[in-house]
Design a protein around this ligand. Structure first.
Ligand code: GRG
Length: 289
């Protein structure tokens, strides 16, 4: 599984490097590359490829869409690390972008990564029909914005040091983290034009996002900073609302197991075609063990 993930990461990074090389130079290009390229697992792109395998979507098309997703993801990490948000010094095992380049530059580099993701998706290099392209761009816009990642981040910040219900924590995590996973699970279905599967993969995507966020919280809780690539134990100090802080460690592990079983059950109908996706999910779960 690790080899398959490394291949996707390599192909995504190569595509991004070539795309960025073709840009005019600017003072923002170095911090953009710094926040985007080295270190990230590119797990969202791997999910796109795995779901794409179920729906027989061309690998190269998905690499381009994955590259756009990774730009938005990198943008969210750069902004998440800022002093006004989670105030982090280390990300992906190196200094955060604002520590390296200064806050103003990091904000602008983040913004430019957001816009470049739309440049990638609207480029003629993404060789799909204009109609499908429009649907993809419309969906990723919704997933990233105020009812998606950005809205989830606002909830996350506003929940600090408060007792928040399970339903509200799950809603926040589904938005903050789940919506990009949701996009990655629906985009291949949109490209396949098999509309009858849209709802199913929309829900699977949100569940996978939640599963991913819980494992991320467990990594922080257990202090596995080598895996996290950043300082751990921060959630407790900051009074973050997580399922672990509400339910405790054991109940969270039980919840995670139920969530995994729910997702796998949904995928059973797809037989061998869903093998890679299941492998990726097992890998995600193994990181927090
Ligand atoms: C509108 C996109 C956008 C952002 C502005 C700052 C912000 C609002 C949102 C932050 C959302 C956020 C940081 C969610 C956490 C998701 C998460 C678990 C990140 C870690 O993902 P990995 O492990 O990271 O895939 P790598 O380094 O491997 O890429």
């Amino acid at each position: 599984m690790k080899n398959k993930l490394s291949k996707v990461a390599k192909d995504i990074n190569n595509y991004l490097k070539i795309f960025l090389r073709q840009q005019k130079n600017s003072g923002l290009l170095p911090p953009m590359k710094y926040g985007l390229l080295p270190g990230g697992k590119k797990i969202r792109s791997k999910l796109l490829i795995d779901v794409g395998k179920i729906f027989k979507i061309k690998y190269q098309t998905l690499i381009k869409i994955g590259a756009a997703v990774e730009c938005i993801h990198a943008y969210s990490l750069i902004h998440d690390d800022l002093p006004c948000m989670d105030d982090d010094t280390i990300r992906r095992g190196k200094l955060t972008t604002h520590k390296k380049f200064g806050e103003a530059t990091a904000i602008l580099a983040g913004n430019s990564l957001l816009t470049i993701s739309f440049e990638i998706l609207s480029s003629p290099k993404l060789n799909i029909s204009e109609k499908l392209k429009n649907q993809i761009i419309n969906l990723i816009s919704k997933c990233s914005g105020h009812v998606g990642v950005a809205g989830g981040q606002l909830l996350d910040l506003s929940y600090e040091k408060k007792r928040i219900s399970k339903i509200k924590i799950i809603e926040m995590q589904r938005k903050k983290t789940g919506m990009l996973f949701h996009f990655c699970c629906i985009a291949p279905v949109i490209l396949s034009k098999k509309k009858r599967y849209l709802n199913k993969f929309a829900n699977i995507g949100l569940d996978i996002g939640l599963l991913f966020q819980i494992t991320d919280d467990l990594i922080d809780y257990k202090g596995i900073s080598k895996i996290a690539g950043k300082k751990t134990g921060k959630d407790k100090k900051k009074g973050k609302a997580t399922l672990i802080s509400l339910l405790g460690y054991k109940n969270t592990i039980n919840y995670l197991e139920l969530l995994k079983n729910k997702i796998f059950k949904q995928l059973n109908n797809f037989g061998d075609k869903s093998k890679d996706l299941k492998e990726t999910l097992d890998f995600v779960l193994s990181r927090s063990k």
